[in-house]
Design a protein around this ligand. Structure first.
Ligand SMILES: [Mn+2]
Length: 299
């Protein structure tokens, strides 16, 4: 079926509500919550934009053929689990519903994919992983998102990982890759360093050995803020910073993390699709999700 025909679900996968009984390898959950952004809002539209863009990559039972690697994702069952029902303004109720939905999705699938939403949602999503021993987070992001508070709130998209480490004794380590810009919060940088977190600045990445930076043999939650990519490649994001990662660099990190660890969950956040009327940003973001799937389910 051509990409512009029919109903838009993620990769044309069947839609199954979380309240029903089903099992699959991959499940996508939309989290259209974006009221905490400090700059340009609109990530609430990302789940629908990713579904629309994903029609370009609709998955057949035979998967995808690549001349160098043969058939990939053959037989991988994907389900679109719809969106979390987000209440307007009430972030506490929104967070409760996000955590509840993430716990439910984990019961249905091996690999949950959460599409935000702004980055504040990583906190309620991580709360659904309180049972995972020795949880590691790999965060691809231009920004640290470890501020204690910003402009009087402790739950914005500047603070999800600070709140997460406070709430989750099992969250052992965070590796952040792609940091850059001019507006760092010194208290946040020091607090993350005091916990032993790994901070990789964009200009350092090319000279580093992934094996010495990234976790190995761990249960990893991968959080992908699309602003880690260069804004020339993906301009549709709330707070873009020049000199971001190339797509190949991001894909190589995803592949390395997935192939050396067990991915327990993946979020993709801060895609603000209407800031890129060409639709390319949503297409590139969708490709990041495909890179995750291809890395996890490679033969
Ligand atoms: Mn972020």
């Amino acid at each position: 079926m051509l990409p512009f025909v029919g109903i838009a679900t993620f990769l044309r996968a069947p839609y199954r509500p979380l309240s029903e009984a089903w099992q699959a390898e991959v499940g996508l959950l939309g989290v259209p919550f974006d009221i905490t952004v400090g700059y340009r809002p609109g990530a609430r539209f990302a789940p629908q934009a990713v579904r629309q863009a994903s029609l370009r990559y609709a998955l057949s039972p035979d998967g995808y053929y690549h001349p160098r690697s043969g058939w990939r994702l053959k037989g991988v069952q994907v389900v679109d689990a719809g969106d979390v029902d987000i209440p307007t303004l009430n972030y506490e109720l929104a967070f409760e519903r996000i955590t509840h939905a993430a716990r439910a999705l984990r019961q249905h699938v091996q690999l949950p994919l959460y599409v935000g939403g702004d980055h504040s949602i990583s906190y309620p999503l991580l709360l659904a992983y309180e049972d995972v021993p020795e949880l590691h987070v790999v965060q691809l992001d231009a920004h640290l998102d470890f501020s204690n508070e910003r402009d009087g709130t402790r739950y914005s998209n500047s603070s999800p990982f600070r709140r997460a480490v406070e709430a989750l004794p099992n969250l052992k380590h965070i590796t952040t890759i792609g940091l850059r810009g001019v507006r760092f919060d010194p208290e946040a940088v020091q607090a993350a360093q005091a916990r032993g977190h790994t901070q990789v600045f964009r200009e350092e990445w090319a000279t580093l050995n992934p094996a010495e930076i990234l976790p190995t043999g761990q249960r990893v939650y991968l959080s992908m803020d699309v602003d880690v990519l260069d804004p020339a490649l993906l301009p549709a994001t709330s707070s873009p910073e020049p000199d971001g990662l190339s797509f190949r660099e991001a894909a190589q990190i995803i592949q390395w993390v997935a192939q050396h660890n067990t991915l327990v969950g993946v979020d993709l956040v801060e895609l603000t699709p209407h800031l890129d009327p060409s639709g390319n940003s949503a297409l590139v973001a969708t490709r990041l999700l495909l890179e995750v799937m291809l890395s996890v389910f490679s033969p």
